[in-house]
Write a protein that binds this ligand. Sequence first.
Ligand code: 9MR
Length: 347
Amino acid sequence: MDRRALLAGAGALVLTTPACAAYPPQVPALKSVAPYPLGVAARHLHLADPDWAKLAVANFSQLTAEWEMKMEYMLRDDGSLQFDRADALAAFARKYGMKVHGHTLVWYAQDGLTFQRLKGDPDAFLNAYVGYIQKVMGRYRGIVRGWDVVNEPVWNDGRGLRPCLWREVLGDDYIGLAFEAARQADPAAVLFLNDYNLELTPAKRTTFLRLCETLLKNGAPLQGIGTQMHISADLAPGAVTTAIRDIASLGLQVHVSELDISLRGDPLANVVEPRLNQLKVFEAVIAAYNDVPAVQRYGLTVWSLRDKDSWLNSARERKGPIPDEPALFDDRGRPKAMAERFVAMMR
Ligand code: 9MR
């Protein structure tokens, strides 16, 4: 057989290959099968990318600003507030009928010059603290459905609260004070405490849940728990199941708030088939979340739309020369096995 005949034969083979071998899988719009809001993280630049916008609008019903609603962006050094990008995100959401989740008001990792300058004057500091929360939440009242009021308050090993400027000046009650201010700013918004590694580190989860209980006992208007779920394919699926069950046991709203499943955890050296493991971990997340009582399911948010949009592939975070693949859609916007499994699990 000459080369031309061989090629023609190969073409015929492709044409007659059954559909089950097709890649990408044919997957309906994810939001059309989900019984709860499905969110996706968005940066300003994404909104101007027609491919991103089309895919996000088709599959997701909610947006979280990946950066543009954080203090690092919103609060200028002179104390004024910068709302342009958050406004643009809110306008995008309105245009396409999407909900908005607010992320985040108080975070140990971001304080800013305005607050550092007020460190020596606790009264002025408290005024500015309450003022910041009220101005930001006030602007998006009726637009943002829920807020991560305080983000990542607990040490990674679970030994207690992290040190931060807020705690240094206001004491441990900085969290309760933030929730009070938030409640006054927007009585209708669902108020969340959000953290990560709650599945990876049971000691951290215990401390985090005790903190929630103490806040509730002290009358703080805490209404929801955000479990970020930046996890890796080498995580034991059972760890996810236990974590979500424990978190839901408090009876508050539960938001899987920043889901991504990395293929690059260091111990992955021991995992033979990282993609298969990733799928198993993903299944555990979805199964456990589907088991949470419907009234407690605030929604599930993924922390990037496509693999290439992920913070894990940013210049700062990227581990090694091979890009990570933590998202439900590939770089070209094609649904991956996790997206296909999501749909299958909703039937
Ligand atoms: O993905 C976010 C990245 O683009 C930002 O540079 C970074 C700092 O603002 O925050 C990342 O998102 C984090 C989120 O706000 C809180 N949980 C951990 C996320 C990943 O670091």
